[in-house]
Structures are given as C-alpha cells and as structure tokens.
Design a protein around this ligand. Sequence first.
Ligand SMILES: Nc1ncnc2c1ncn2[C@@H]1O[C@H](COP(=O)(O)OP(=O)(O)OP(=O)(O)O)[C@@H](O)[C@H]1O
Length: 282
Amino acid sequence: MIELRNLTKSYPSQTEPAVKSVNMHVEKGEFFGLLGPNGAGKTTMIEMMTTLLLPTQGEIMISGQKLERHRVDLKKKFSLVTQEYSLRSDMNLNQIMELQGRLHGMPIKRIRSRSDELLEVCDLVKHRKKIVRKLSGGMKRKLMLCRALLTEPEIIFLDEPTAGLDLMFRRQMWDLLRKLNEEGLTIMLTTHYIEEAEALCHRVAMMRSGEIVRLENPRKLIMELGEFSVDVFDGNVTKSYYFENKEMALAFASTIENRINIRSTSLEDVFVKISESGVEIS
Ligand SMILES: Nc1ncnc2c1ncn2[C@@H]1O[C@H](COP(=O)(O)OP(=O)(O)OP(=O)(O)O)[C@@H](O)[C@H]1O
C-alpha cells in the first residue's frame, strides 16, 4: 500500500540528513508503528508521506503509484492527524465536521450522516454543540480523528495520537483505533508510548538518527530478547537480564541476593536494548 524507496530528507540548516535513505513498505490493512527517540526522524517521515514536505531524494509509492503533490487522486487515499491540536477553537463539533466536509466537496447529507457515525463511535455525540475551547485534550484528539476520517481515507497517519492523554482516554483511543483497523483501515502511527505500539501494531520500525535500525513484529522482537526478565537492583541502578523461559529466569533469580523483580519482557525492553546497542537493519 505504501512503499518508501531510498527516502531521504536533508534540512539545509542541519549537517546530517533527518531521514537517510529509508526503504520499507506498509501492507494494506496493516497497523504500523514508527518508533524512536526525540529527533529520530519520525515526524519528518510522516510529513513526507503526506506531501507536507518534499523528499530530498527517493520516492513514495501509494498503491504502486508515485506520490507527488499534484496527485490529488492519491492524496485522497490518506488523512493525517498531527501532533499539535489544529482545530478552530471558536467552532463547535458540528461546524468543524461540516467545514472539513465542505473543503473536500462532500455533499451536506453525506457530511451529516458520516459525522453522526463517527461522533457516535468516538462517544462525542453529547458534546457536538460544544465549542472546541471547552473540550478536554482527549476530546480534541478524538475530534481530530473524526475529522480525519470524515473523507473515508484508506490510510490514516497518526502523529502521537495519545500524547498528553490520561490512561482512560488512551485506552479508549486504543480500542477505537483497533476497531478502525479491523474494519480495514491502514494505520501508521508514531508514538513515544512503547506499550501503545506493543498493544496495537502488527509491525514496528525502530528509528535512530534518521535510519530504521529494526523493523519487525513486536511479539517476535520480545521473543528474540527473551520472554522473561529479571530486574536486579544493586542499590544504585537496576539491570535487566532476559531469559527464554520462566524456569531459566527463576534459576538465575535464585542465585541473586539483591532485590529482584521477575516479569514478562516488554517492547520497551527491546527498545532500550536497541537504543543502547547498534542493531543491524533486518
Ligand atoms: N523544519 C526543520 N528544519 C530543520 N531541522 C529540522 C526541521 N524539522 C526537524 N528537523 C530536524 O530533523 C531531525 C528529525 O526531526 P523529527 O521532528 O522528524 O524527529 P522526531 O523523531 O519526530 O522527533 P520527536 O519525537 O521529538 O517528535 C531532528 O534533528 C530535527 O532537529
């Protein structure tokens, strides 16, 4: 569905490219996560994939066709939900949805029926006459998602969709995204919440300094590291050790006199390991 070929972006003010010759593909219907520390190049990637930024080199293919700014037909296939809130604060939910629909030339009947469906799914119907200024952060994020889905895209790009949301809202957003993905929507998200990517994504690409250092299914990454972890606290720092089964973890733990914690390994452990070491592209 999306294919990146040697995708590169250099900003004139920076000595190193922000994205360095990235090759990867995202399948139709996939839930794909782009992970990496601050400055790794995730937003730059998303901005190129949505034509907000032009690549310095390389190309982006959508359904086998080269994406360019004038390709309105290809651009119709996707929507973007940005990291920053980008809603008119003096409009209510109905007005926000109607404006979006009109900007995309949708008939008013269709705008209304689609808005009803989306606001219902996002549990926003009871707030539809509220102005944006009076919404909580979580409601605004859900509204941005509704607005992005109004035009019935095949792909949605979500840049940090749950940033700053409390646990309840984040879990609600997860369920919503899972549902949309099960209905066939291709989703690409960036997130700093690694557990979010672990819970949602079929595959994750881990970026560092503009490159993809690992691209794999989260479960497979965890199994490679070892399904069980033993955290050992030596009075100053905690060091984690990884084992392929619980028996091995317990046997190791029985030899340790310090404070320990035995637990399941998470994608966060993998992320930390990859951030600490150099891992080859696979
Ligand atoms: N408009 C710009 N002009 C110059 N440099 C930029 C610009 N936007 C991003 N960069 C640089 O490009 C690199 C990648 O930034 P980018 O925002 O894509 O990373 P990110 O992984 O999305 O980071 P974060 O997790 O903090 O959002 C960084 O070194 C950043 O300073």
